[in-house]
Design a protein around this ligand. Structure first.
Ligand SMILES: [Zn+2]
Length: 354
C-alpha cells in the first residue's frame, strides 16, 4: 500500500521507522528512531543475478529480522518503511523504472506495493540521492538549510535539490539529476547518450573509461599502461588512474585534472541556477579526494559565479557517510506523512497531526 491507502491509526510521527537502502551491490536495512538514531541493522549482498523476486524476498526477510531484534530489545514497533533505491524510479507510484544498476527483472517493479503488503506497513520510495539530501538536511551537513544541493561523486554522479524547503521532484520524479549537466559540448559520450556530461568526466566509471580509451588510442601513458598490464584481465578502475597521475603519468594527470575542472564548472552552474545556501558533496570519490575536489570548485565559484550567489554559498563535505540512505528514511517517511508528498492522503495526514 502507498501512504495514500494507509489507514493505520497507529502510524505516529514519533514512531521509529524501517529503512531499506537498496544498492546495486548491497542491500542494507535498519530501524531508525524518531531522533534519527540507527538501532537494529542488517546488510546483505544484492544478488541481482537471482532476479527481482529473490532480492525482494531478501529485503523482506532482512526487514522482518531487524524488526524482531528491535522488538526483542523492548523497542516500539516501527510503523512505516522508507526505501532508498537507485534511479530512475517513480516516487509517486512507488515503482522502479529501468534502473541500469539493478537489471532487467527490476524494470517496473512495484516495490512499494510489494513490501508494504508483505510487511503490513505503509511504505514510500525515493531515489537514493533524494533520500540522502533529506537525511543530510535532517541530521547531517544541511541542518536548518532551506536552499540546499546535494551531489554524490562516486561510481556515478547523482544529485538532489531542496529549494525553499521543498524537495524538487518534477512531474516525473527525475529532477535533480546533476550528473548530466553538460560541461563540454565536444566531450566524450556519457552513459546516458549525451555528450560531455559531468558524470562522463568525474565519475569513477567515467574516469576509468577515459583511462582505457587513452590506452587504446596509444596516448603517452607509460604508468597507466604498466598498471593496466599488471591487473589484466581486470579492467582499469578510477583509483588506478589516480595512482598513475600521482606517479607522474601525463595522460592520467590530464584525466584527473579534467575531472576536477569539470566538477568545478558544474558547481558554478549549480550556484547560478539554484542559488543554494549550501552544496553538500558526498560519495566515495568525494570522500577520498577531499579538498582536491572541493577546493578548485570553491575557487572557480568565487571567481565566476554570480556575485550575490557566490557570496552566500558554501561547498562542504557530506557528514553522514554510508548511513545516509538509512537515516534519510526517517525524513522521507515524515515527508510522506506531512501531506506535502503526493503519496500521502490528505485526510490521513491530518489525522496523524491531530
Ligand atoms: Zn549523461
Amino acid at each position: 500500500m502507498l501512504f495514500a491507502d494507509a489507514v493505520t491509526p497507529s502510524l505516529a510521527a514519533n514512531s521509529p521507522v524501517l529503512a531499506l537502502d537498496l544498492g546495486g551491490t548491497h542491500l542494507r536495512t535498519a530501524v531508525v528512531s524518531a531522533d534519527g538514531v540507527i538501532g537494529a541493522r542488517d546488510r546483505r549482498r544484492t544478488l541481482t543475478v537471482r532476479g527481482a523476486d529473490a532480492v525482494m524476498a531478501d529485503c523482506a526477510d532482512s526487514l522482518r529480522q531487524i524488526t524482531q531484534q528491535h522488538l526483542a530489545a523492548g523497542g516500539q514497533r516501527p510503523t512505516a518503511l522508507g526505501i532508498s533505491a537507485p534511479g530512475p524510479l517513480d516516487p509517486f507510484r512507488g515503482v522502479f523504472q529501468d534502473p541500469p544498476n539493478l537489471g532487467r527483472s527490476f524494470w517496473e517493479l512495484p516495490i512499494v506495493d510489494h513490501l508494504s503488503s508483505v510487511l503490513g506497513v505503509p511504505a514510500t520510495l525515493e531515489r537514493d540521492t533524494q533520500v540522502a539530501i533529506l537525511g543530510e538536511r535532517a541530521f547531517g551537513a544541511g541542518i536548518g538549510v532551506n536552499d540546499l544541493v546535494y551531489v554524490t561523486v562516486s561510481t556515478g554522479i547523482g544529485g538532489a535539490v531542496i529549494s525553499g524547503g521543498t524537495l524538487m521532484r518534477g512531474p516525473d520524479g527525475v529532477a535533480g539529476e546533476l550528473g548530466h549537466i553538460a560541461v563540454d559540448m565536444n566531450g566524450p559520450v556519457c552513459g546516458c547518450g549525451g555528450r560531455g556530461h559531468l558524470e562522463r568526466m568525474t565519475s569513477g566509471t567515467g574516469m576509468a573509461r577515459s583511462g582505457m580509451d587513452a590506452l587504446e588510442a596509444g596516448l603517452d601513458a607509460p604508468e597507466l599502461a604498466r598498471i593496466a598490464a599488471n591487473i589484466a584481465p581486470s579492467p582499469l578502475e578510477a583509483h588506478h588512474v589516480y595512482d598513475a597521475a600521482a606517479a607522474g603519468d601525463p595522460t592520467a594527470r590530464r584525466i584527473i585534472d579534467t575531472a576536477i575542472h569539470a566538477f568545478a564548472a558544474a558547481a558554478v552552474s549549480i550556484v547560478d541556477i539554484f542559488n543554494p545556501q549550501r552544496i553538500i558533496v558526498g560519495g566515495g570519490i568525494a570522500l577520498a579526494w577531499g579538498e582536491a575536489l572541493l577546493g578548485p570548485a570553491r575557487d572557480l565559484v568565487a571567481k565566476t559565479a554570480f556575485r550575490v550567489a557566490r557570496e552566500r554559498v558554501s561547498i562542504v563535505p557530506a557528514s553522514l557517510g554510508d548511513d545516509v540512505g538509512l537515516i534519510g528514511a526517517l525524513p522521507l517517511v515524515r515527508l510522506a506523512l506531512s501531506g506535502r508528498s503526493t503519496q500521502a492522503h490528505p485526510e490521513f495526514a491530518s489525522a496523524v497531526t491531530a
